[in-house]
Structures are given as structure tokens and as C-alpha cells.
Design a binder for this molecule. Structure first.
Ligand code: ADP
Ligand code: DP6
Length: 320
């Protein structure tokens, strides 16, 4: 009881960006991600006298509090319980900065909820309930590469492991250009994106891009994986720009980072980028090029923080 759950953040290589059903967080496309070793969330839930949510030691009110307790009430209803709860969560990942904090947050919260009530669930069922908190959290139940199959209802929309312990030479360098919380959440951004004339073509391309990505992973083909991930991210951001009204998560430094990746590639250092709902950039690279890429980024950007991540594990519980 009351164990701390730890979930690692995942970054999508084939992105989830559009919902068929907002209430149940059913996506319009399947997605594929890499769970990271360097970023994670620890969450503990205990029955208490009142509902309280502490994030990084600070008592939360407003939107963050609402989101957590709206979610926990859904779980309480599902499992027939109704106590007040104290939620304590620590993010070892910047919050709401496009580094996928909600993926580890709601996977850890689903795990912590089950620990609090001593509920035993399969990974598949954990994935489904994590999805109800944040779609991307469905994938953070697993380590390595995970696929979230879109499904068509609560029972058919869950993630599964493609390979929990990959041996592929793949690093993800998180280039933290601006770690302040963004103004437009992923939830709101993806809703607005659905007004783009390119939204339907984006959905139509999903199956083809997902199978190509699975093939690249199975073949351990870094070039194919990087090219596809970069294309998929560019498509997502093109949809944002062409929405009505159009918007972008990019900042001037984001464009600068894209140019640097293109220059590095032209000079024979193979690397690719992927970008989520925020200004920060993630570089996909092989070990042999990691040092040089970090050196180049440090010389081009002032005050940049770079984290060299690789594959992380799935949901776990900490010994206490
Ligand atoms: P990102 O995933 O890029 O960090 P999102 O907009 O998808 O941004 O999600 C960020 C939101 O998720 C935060 O504004 C907050 O409401 C919620 N969140 C983040 N971390 C936690 C946490 N540890 N516990 C509960 N909710 C969290
Ligand atoms: C760009 O999972 O945060 O990171 O389901 O509304 O909580 P909600 O959205 P969220 O969106 C993630 C968007 C993304 C791509 C991805 O992780 O697949």
C-alpha cells in the first residue's frame, strides 16, 4: 500500500496528435515511442482528510489540481472507491515544456492509484487507465519501444511493448532551450490542429509511417528511423501552422537548432530531430556522434542544457 510509483517519460517517434474522443482520450492515430532513462516522475497517493496535490513539493491549485482530481475521480468511480486523497508527485523532467511530462506523470499516477488501493492490473489494463489521464501516458507503462494502438473504444485503445530492452544504438539528446511551461497545452493544441486542411492527410499517412518505423526498428536501421521520426514531427508542426487559427510551438532557438542539425548532417554527422508540443528539440543520434553533437550545440547556444538519454524502463515501484 502507498508505494511510490515511478514512470519514465517517453518521446514519440510517430506522434499522437488528434483525438477521436476527448473524454476517453481515444486517438485518431496509433503512435510509437521511446521510453527514456533520464526523465521520470515519482508519485505517491495516500488516503487523506482532504484532496491535495503537491507537485515538486508545492501545493497546487487551479488547472493542475483540477486535471489531477478530475482524473482520480474517474478512476475512483471505475474502481468503486471514494476517499479524499493526498497526491505527492516529483517530476524529474521539466513540466509542460514539450518534454512529455504528462506521459510519465499520468503513468506514475495510474500506478500510484493502484498501489494506494492494492489493485492488481495487467500492464495492458494499466496502459488503458493511464491513457485516461493523458494519452501519451499509455506508452510509459513500458520500457524501450512501445506502440499505442488507437483502437475504437476504452478496451481496445492501449499500448503494448514492441521491444522493452532494445539493443539498438540510439541516443536521444534533449536540447533544453526553454524549460518554462508553455501557453498552449498539448490537449488544446491537438484540438486546434484538427482545423488544418492537412489534418485528414496526416491521419491517412499514419499506418504507413507506423509500419515503416516498426520495420526500421526491427532492422536496427538508424537512418530510416531518424528520417521517419523527423518527417513525422515536421508533419505535426506543419498542421499546427496551417490550423485555423494557425499556431506554432517553435521559438527562434528551435529554428536555430533545426538548422544546426541540418548543417551537422551535411558535414557527415548523421543526426535527426523530433519536436513535441514545446520549443525544445530532441536529437536522435548514434553513440559515435554524441560527443561532437553536444560540443556543437554548446558552442552555438548560450545557457542550453543538454541531456543524453537512451532507453529507460517501464513502470516500477520504489522500495520504501
Ligand atoms: P508536456 O507533456 O509537454 O510536459 P502537456 O501539456 O502534455 O505538456 O502536459 C503538462 C501538464 O500535465 C501540466 O500542465 C500538468 O497539468 C500535468 N502534469 C505534469 N506533471 C505532472 C505530475 N507530476 N503530476 C500531475 N500532473 C502533472
Ligand atoms: C506531441 O498525451 O500530452 O507529445 O492526451 O491531451 O494529455 P493528452 O495529450 P498528450 O499529447 C502528447 C502529444 C505529443 C506527441 C506524443 O507524445 O505522441
Amino acid at each position: 500500500m502507498n508505494k511510490t510509483a515511478r514512470a519514465h517519460t517517453n518521446i514519440a517517434l510517430i506522434k499522437y496528435w488528434g483525438k477521436a474522443d476527448s473524454k476517453n482520450k481515444l486517438p485518431l492515430m496509433s503512435s510509437l515511442s521511446m521510453t527514456l532513462d533520464q526523465f521520470f516522475t515519482d508519485t505517491r497517493i495516500t488516503v487523506s482528510e482532504k484532496n491535495e496535490f503537491f507537485l515538486n513539493g508545492v501545493l497546487q491549485a487551479g488547472k493542475n489540481y483540477q486535471r489531477v482530481f478530475t482524473y482520480l475521480k474517474i478512476l475512483q468511480k471505475k474502481f468503486g472507491v471514494s476517499d479524499n486523497l493526498r497526491v505527492e508527485s516529483t517530476n524529474h523532467v521539466p513540466t509542460a515544456a514539450g518534454l512529455a511530462s504528462s506521459s510519465s506523470a499520468f503513468a506514475a499516477m495510474a500506478g500510484a492509484f493502484c498501489a494506494c488501493y492494492n489493485i492488481q492490473l495487467s500492464k495492458r489494463d494499466l496502459s488503458k487507465i493511464a491513457r485516461l489521464g493523458s494519452g501519451s501516458a499509455s506508452r510509459s507503462i513500458y520500457g524501450g519501444f512501445a506502440i499505442w494502438q488507437k483502437g475504437f473504444d476504452h478496451d481496445s485503445s492501449y499500448a503494448y511493448a514492441l521491444d522493452e530492452t532494445p539493443v539498438m544504438d540510439l541516443h536521444l539528446l534533449a536540447i533544453e532551450l526553454n524549460s518554462n511551461p508553455k501557453k498552449l497545452s498539448s490537449t488544446d493544441g491537438m484540438l486546434q490542429a484538427q482545423t488544418s486542411p492537412f489534418f485528414i492527410p496526416w491521419i491517412k499517412r499514419n499506418e504507413q509511417e507506423l509500419s515503416a518505423m516498426v520495420a526500421a526498428i526491427k532492422a536496427q536501421d538508424f537512418s530510416a528511423l531518424g528520417q521517419l521520426a523527423e518527417l513525422n514531427a515536421n508533419e505535426m508542426h506543419a498542421i499546427n501552422l496551417t490550423a485555423n487559427p494557425g499556431f506554432s510551438y517553435f521559438e527562434p532557438d528551435t529554428i536555430h537548432a533545426i538548422h544546426l542539425v541540418q548543417q551537422l548532417r551535411a558535414s557527415g554527422i548523421e543526426c535527426y530531430y523530433t519536436i513535441d508540443a514545446g520549443p525544445n528539440v530532441k536529437i536522435l543520434a548514434q553513440l559515435k556522434n554524441v560527443k561532437e553533437i553536444i560540443k556543437q550545440f554548446l558552442s552555438e547556444f548560450e545557457n542550453v542544457k543538454i541531456v543524453n538519454a537512451s532507453f529507460g524502463p517501464g513502470l516500477s515501484y520504489l522500495d520504501q
